[in-house]
Design a protein around this ligand. Structure first.
Ligand SMILES: NC(=O)c1ccc[n+]([C@@H]2O[C@H](COP(=O)([O-])OP(=O)(O)OC[C@H]3O[C@@H](n4cnc5c(N)ncnc54)[C@H](O)[C@@H]3O)[C@@H](O)[C@H]2O)c1
Length: 359
């Protein structure tokens, strides 16, 4: 792989934790110039700034953006700060790449959508799975009519139990794991979700839901199941290692069922298995594998996409913000259903503040 030939852009990264630091690497490898880092953790900020030789750092994001005036901002901070930092970056005239979840409520997601339109700037939400080849091929297969009329989706994503114990309660686990599959479901169906019912189990040992099962009904009648359990033991094959400062496993499965065919995907497969002193590894080769000393896979494709969208070189058609807002609305409905134990009607999608409330 070679460094991106595209126009180099200046980029500031807000939130330089595990994934923010990986983003910094990938944006630089893709041809962007890193001009500033922001984080509320001064020790982490200093460590990552030194690693990337980025001189401009600040714990105050507004001060940082005013000082360095980047073309684009990468928001990779804690989930609860995504909306505030994205709106700030838009106000200062920047394009924004914001990690998932875009927002923790439908209302906030549409606020970002509207603010981007008003500012005339692009917001790319980090729904990385849309850039992973198996999912992209499923999407193409649906568009090409290979399964005929779409009837049902089954999507499942399990995470390491050790992750749950370390950061599983930072935000409702739905926003960490299910949000990927809810977004994939919206992408595959291309329609908003109408109704949701979900159940959870606290069996993973914490007050938060380590086990979630949700049923989504789309407005054209397609049904999707989205399941997640943060119960993968350390003894399971390790899939996430290498480029990301986090060891563990993501075990995902998906099925798309139509009148004329079925498409099936497994995130863990045995194409490459390593049995070494470090244990058993089945390195994921689709999300952020290292290839020739650079990070490739879906993450690099996602960053190349964002750079091309920001430069006006391609349409923003892989992760349109409207669809991401539909996904956030559905994820919020799942969280409400989990809390109340009742089905939830998802309000009509709206791009204005007058959006209806969840019932
Ligand atoms: N797309 C994916 O597959 C994927 C994978 C991992 C993480 N993520 C997302 O990336 C984001 C970061 O996750 P992580 O694993 O790196 O977490 P992390 O805890 O390692 O890093 C978060 C960083 O944000 C900083 N931070 C918190 N509040 C802030 C604020 N208001 N302003 C600036 N910095 C702030 C923290 O100090 C920390 O350094 C999350 O939204 C997560 O969901 C996405």
């Amino acid at each position: 792989m070679t460094a991106g030939a595209g126009q180099a852009r200046t980029v500031a990264v807000l939130g330089v934790g595990r994934f923010g630091a990986l983003h910094a690497r990938v944006w630089r490898e893709a041809g962007a110039r890193l001009v500033g880092f922001g984080d509320v953790d001064t020790a982490r900020l200093a460590t990552v700034a030194e690693r990337f030789a980025v001189p401009e750092v600040d714990t105050d994001p507004r001060r940082l953006l005013d000082r360095v005036g980047p073309d684009a901002v990468v928001v990779a901070s804690d989930e609860a700060s995504h909306v505030e930092l994205t709106l700030l970056a838009l106000q200062t005239g920047c394009h924004v790449f914001v990690e998932k979840p875009l927002a923790l409520s439908g209302t906030d997601a549409w606020r970002v959508h509207d603010a981007a339109a008003r500012a005339g700037r692009q917001v790319v939400a980090g729904q990385i799975s849309r850039f992973a080849p198996p999912y992209a091929r499923i999407r193409e297969g649906i568009s090409a009519g290979r399964v005929g009329r779409l009837c049902a989706l089954r999507l499942r994503r399990d995470f390491s139990r050790s992750w749950f114990l370390s950061f599983g309660e930072r935000v409702h686990p739905v926003w960490e794991s299910c949000v990927h599959d809810i977004d994939l479901a919206v992408w595959f169906v291309g329609r908003p979700v109408r109704r949701v019912v979900a159940m959870q189990s606290g069996a993973a040992g914490n007050a938060a839901a380590g086990v979630v099962a949700a049923l989504l009904e789309f407005d054209d009648g397609v049904i999707a199941t989205v399941e997640s359990a943060w119960l993968v033991p350390d003894s399971a094959p390790q899939t996430v290692s290498g480029a990301l400062e986090l060891a563990g496993s993501i075990v995902g499965e998906g099925e798309v069922l139509g009148l004329d065919g079925v498409l099936r995907q497994r995130l863990v497969n045995d194409a490459l298995v390593e049995w070494t002193r470090e244990g058993v590894r089945v390195p994921d080769l689709s999300l952020w594998p290292e290839e020739d000393g650079m990070v490739g896979g879906a993450l690099r494709r996602e960053v190349d996409y964002a750079l091309a969208v920001f430069s006006g070189k391609r349409p923003h058609d892989v992760v349109p913000l409207q669809q991401v807002c539909w996904g956030v609305q559905a994820a919020e409905a799942v969280v409400v259903s989990l809390a109340t134990g009742k089905p939830v009607d998802v309000p009509e999608p709206a791009s204005t503040a007058g959006m209806g409330r969840l019932r």
